[in-house]
Write a protein that binds this ligand. Structure first.
Ligand code: GLU
Ligand code: MG
Length: 453
């Protein structure tokens, strides 16, 4: 049945629209996935058909508000204003249309959740990041970022004793070892091609520490694009594996006794084509001061799942202490030295993984850094040793999602930035996950995270 409201507001003059429609036809695209990331960190969406795409680009697709109260176990939480009554629209950003090489006939577009009149919705994560970028813009700053993800490649097999499915890693090759390049070769070449075709330029790749672990990083981009890229990256890592009858997981700790999968967040701040993180700049120090001051709360957003906190252990190079230091790979904030003469230094936030919602994560990082700049927060002395050699001296990161959520609720800056609806929903969704996993063993937790991320 024709929905009278769905045929209005076509952005016909937008050059993107004509290009999208032409490309969809030329490439035989039948379904266009309008994707978003929810409060559970899950990437979800609805797909428009090509025949209805022209209209849907303008009106979006209707969606229940309740999905922003859904946790990563598909358990709906009770959150005021996010119940069975109410409607938003999944409205795609026309600049993000991209055919999906691992799903012939399908394309994706990154989408905002908007109110039916087209205005921004207070619980839209992509809007949260856009607002953070606008706050930077007010000060003539541009933030450039890249997620540096790791993932585990293998096969998903039933547990012989009837427990939840397990991820059986592809190989037992050693870290950076030549053999690991070969065991994962067919997959990685397909992955690189699939990413490049989508405009995600691959920086480098290596087999990482532990069975089946891979690290493949893509080039940095302005903040919104970097978060969009990470959504496409997560989808591609898993989509390519599925088509090869494999299973790839970006879960923080898919194998309990092995190194975790991080998605370290690399950041640089620019003004008038100058990298403000170059040299020993005050701005860099204040930005770090802001990150450290908000770090306990920030981890509730950058390390978004119960499984995240198994990863944040000392001596795993994932960071476990709220300290910073130059090229210190056990510090939560590492000042990365520049590569070569033309290279640019950047900051690396280590407590960050792919179970986070990248829009909320990066947006919160921006707010924390800006707070540091505004208040000229002194970051203290850099730490140039492994902080675990003198553990009593340094503050630890939260040890559980619950602890991080308590810190978030007490953090006035981040709570104000999230706004009441988003903050309420995020806390409810994440607290429900903490409670749900508490009653189960590690195998249950591992299964649900490796299935979802
Ligand atoms: N796997 C480590 C983590 O969980 C990172 C290792 C590294 O690349 O430095 O963050
Ligand atoms: Mg690594």
């Amino acid at each position: 049945m024709t929905d009278r409201h769905s045929v209005t507001k076509i952005h016909q003059p937008d050059p993107h629209v004509r290009r999208i429609l032409e490309r969809a036809e030329l490439e035989g695209i039948e379904l266009i996935r309008f994707l978003y990331a929810d409060h559970g960190g899950v990437i979800r969406g609805k797909a428009a058909s090509r025949s209805r795409l022209a209209e849907r680009l303008g009106t979006g697709i209707g969606h229940t508000v309740a999905m922003m109260a859904m946790n990563m176990l598909d358990q709906l939480q009770e959150v005021e204003q996010l119940g069975p009554v109410g409607e938003v629209r999944l409205v795609p950003d026309p600049s993000t249309f991209v055919p999906l090489p691992y799903a012939p006939g399908a394309a994706a577009m990154l989408s905002d959740l908007r109110l039916p009149d087209g205005s921004p919705w207070a619980a839209c994560p992509r809007t949260f990041l856009k607002d953070a970028v606008a706050a930077l813009d007010d000060l003539d700053y541009t933030l450039v970022a890249a997620f540096e993800p790791e993932f585990t490649l293998g096969r998903r097999l039933p547990d012989p004793s009837g427990g939840p499915d397990r991820l059986v890693p592809l190989d037992d090759s050693l870290c950076y070892a030549g053999l690991g390049f070969d065991t994962a070769h067919d997959y990685t070449i397909k992955l690189v091609r699939a990413l490049e075709t989508q405009g995600l330029h691959v920086e480098h790749y290596h087999p990482e520490l532990g069975p089946g672990q891979q690290e493949l990083s893509v080039r940095h981009a302005p903040a919104l694009r970097a978060a969009d890229n990470h959504v496409l990256y997560r989808e591609t890592v898993r989509g390519v594996a599925l088509r090869m009858a494999m299973w790839a997981s970006l879960a923080p700790k898919p194998l309990a006794d092995q190194a975790g999968n991080g998605a370290h967040l690399h950041l640089s701040l620019w003004q008038d084509s100058r990298n403000l993180f170059a040299g020993d700049s005050d701005v860099r120090g204040w930005f770090i001061g802001g990150l450290l001051a908000h770090l306990p709360a920030l981890t509730a957003l950058t390390c978004g799942s119960v499984n995240s906190f198994r990863r944040l252990a000392p001596r795993m190079w994932s960071s476990a202490y709220a300290v910073y230091g130059p090229d210190n790979r056990e510090a939560a904030v590492r000042i990365c030295s520049a590569l070569g003469e033309s290279g640019e230094p950047n900051l690396e936030l280590k407590p960050s993984d792919s179970s986070a919602n990248p829009y909320l994560s990066l947006g919160a990082v921006i707010h924390a850094g800006l707070d540091g700049i505004r208040r000229k927060l002194d970051p203290g002395d850099p730490v140039t040793v492994d902080p675990d050699t003198d553990p009593g001296r340094f503050p630890r990161l939260p040890s559980s999602l619950g602890e991080a959520l308590d810190a978030l609720e007490a953090d006035e800056v981040l709570m104000a930035a999230l706004g009441p609806l988003r903050a309420r929903a995020y806390l409810a969704v994440k607290r429900s996950e903490a409670a749900a996993f508490q009653g189960h063993d590690a195998a249950f937790e591992t299964f649900h995270h490796l299935r979802t991320f």
